[in-house]
Ligand binder design. Structure first.
Ligand SMILES: [Zn+2]
Length: 481
């Protein structure tokens, strides 16, 4: 970015709530049902029908508000946002406008150097989703209204974000929180978490905001970063050429790595918002608020602190292990079986997450049960197997659901810690490799590793490495003198 300028960014995040039924009717929210099957007169907007608010939608949104330090408004109201779009049979979207349910919150984002920044949350409100248009190759447009009325929560940030990196960190945090709360699966690629960015630039030190544009259609975290960078550069270029920024909505094209103008930006009053006459105001009194707050699970930051303080893990480990709730859960299940916390962390961060990432699965679906991994770590700790053999056992565990003890027994992998037996092998190795022994005596220390390797080869990797090292050192030093 040109040093003279600074970017001012606000994000609007839409999170699809994980309720069983839609926001204002009893239709299923199940994804993947045949098109236009999850519908009823209410979500199709037939005349004379009345919506009924799903209580879960309120609870989930309040939970999010509490998790992001918002004020929960005792009274909030729904509004009709009027616009024409073919995927919205009602002709308006039921949303909240003037009196949203949550306001004045914030979250903290953390940079790599450990510093943090507070990003304000203007408001969080409830609304419903629209349907889906599918444009086929023979120029037909098809419509699937299964998604009409599926509950969304819109989280609007203050324009506190100053770079694409900050936007990325903010979004990551929001995703983490909704996943920990269990109110949204947070999947951006599948559209259950969507993000629009309002971007403007201004000269550094300037108090007034520049003209902003809104970018839509960024369907991954990476694309949010790329689109924001694109837009910042584009606006600076215009200003540098003495041009004027047009207030407009842009669509991000991930393939072309560019944003294209979609329409001139509408103003809120264009939507002719008015209070929804068919829905009562939503009242969240102290009792209900307290009841919801009692359901608050441990949030990512608390969980991270616990891993550092209670299990003595480095900050880096704690961050990796709490990036998703399911990874943190897996870790905590492993350490129900073993008290070797650091090894558990190391194994999960490397061996386990490698498989999980390669197979593109959630750790919940990982084939090795946490108690089996815990048992494997215990076998290393009590000297039954070496760390090296453990990797081999782990590979077997990936293939079929068996306990490490069974595998160790069946494959005869128990570590040889018997020093008499190891001593015998050490002697054989030294006798069979006279020239290397001579090298060692002449001061070539580096052949030591060769001897270790030979002993390991003889024992198929099963010798206790510590005993091998000690015995080899002792024997060779004797030969030297
Ligand atoms: Zn319905």
């Amino acid at each position: 970015m040109n040093e003279k300028y600074e970017a001012v960014i606000g994000l609007e995040v839409h999170a699809q709530l994980l309720t069983e039924s839609k926001a204002f009717c009893g239709c299923s929210t199940k994804f993947g049902n045949s098109p236009n099957s999850n519908v009823c007169p209410i979500c199709l907007g037939h005349p004379g029908v009345l919506p009924v608010l799903n209580k879960k939608v309120v609870e989930f949104t309040v939970l999010m508000g509490l998790a992001t330090n918002c004020t929960i408004n005792e009274k909030s109201i729904f509004a009709r946002k009027n616009y024409f779009y073919p995927d919205l049979p009602k002709g308006f979207q039921t949303s909240q406008y003037e009196e949203p349910i949550c306001e004045h919150g914030h979250i903290n984002i953390e940079f790599q150097d450990g510093t943090t920044k507070k990003i304000g949350i203007t408001r969080i409100h409830m609304e419903e989703d629209a349907g889906k248009l599918i444009h086929d190759q023979s120029y037909n447009s098809l419509i699937d209204v299964n998604r009409c009325g599926v509950p969304l929560m819109e989280i609007v940030s203050e324009p506190d974000i100053r770079s694409s990196t900050e936007a990325y960190l903010y979004l990551t945090k929001i995703k983490q929180i909704v996943q920990y709360l269990g109110i949204c699966d947070g999947n951006m690629e599948e559209g259950s978490l969507r993000c629009d960015a309002n971007v403007s630039v201004r000269l550094k030190g300037e108090k007034k905001f520049g003209t902003k544009t809104e970018i839509k259609n960024m369907n991954s975290f990476r694309n949010v970063e790329r689109a924001i960078n694109f837009e910042i550069d584009r606006q600076i270029e215009i200003l540098e050429d003495d041009g004027k920024i047009t207030q407009e909505t842009l669509l991000w094209d991930a393939d072309l790595n560019q944003a294209f103008s979609m329409r001139s930006k509408e103003e809120a009053h264009d939507y002719r918002y008015f209070p929804e006459p068919d829905l009562m105001p939503v009242i969240v009194n102290e009792d209900w608020k307290n009841e919801i707050s009692r359901k608050m699970p441990e949030l990512p930051d608390e969980r991270k602190d616990k891993l550092i303080l209670k299990y003595n893990l480095p900050k880096y480990d704690a961050e990796v292990l709490t990036q998703t709730k399911s990874i943190a859960d897996y870790f905590e299940k492993v350490i129900e079986t073993t008290d070797d916390y650091k090894s558990a962390s190391n194994w999960i961060m490397t061996d386990v997450l490698k498989v999980v990432n390669d197979e593109k699965i959630d750790i919940q679906d990982f084939s090795v049960q946490p108690e089996n991994l815990g048992e494997l770590l215990n076998l290393i700790k009590n000297g039954t197997i070496s760390g090296k053999i453990a990797k081999e056992v782990f590979q077997e565990m990936l293939k079929e659901n068996r306990t490490p003890s069974e595998i160790v027994k069946e494959k005869n992998l128990v570590q040889i810690s018997d020093s008499v037996e190891i001593e015998r092998i050490v002697e054989t190795v030294l006798t069979n490799n006279k020239s290397q022994v001579k090298q060692y005596i002449n001061g070539e220390e580096k052949v030591f590793g060769f001897f270790v390797g030979q002993v390991m080869k003889e024992t198929k990797g099963k010798a206790n490495p510590k005993t091998v090292n000690e015995l080899l050192r002792k024997k060779l030093e004797l030969l030297k003198s």
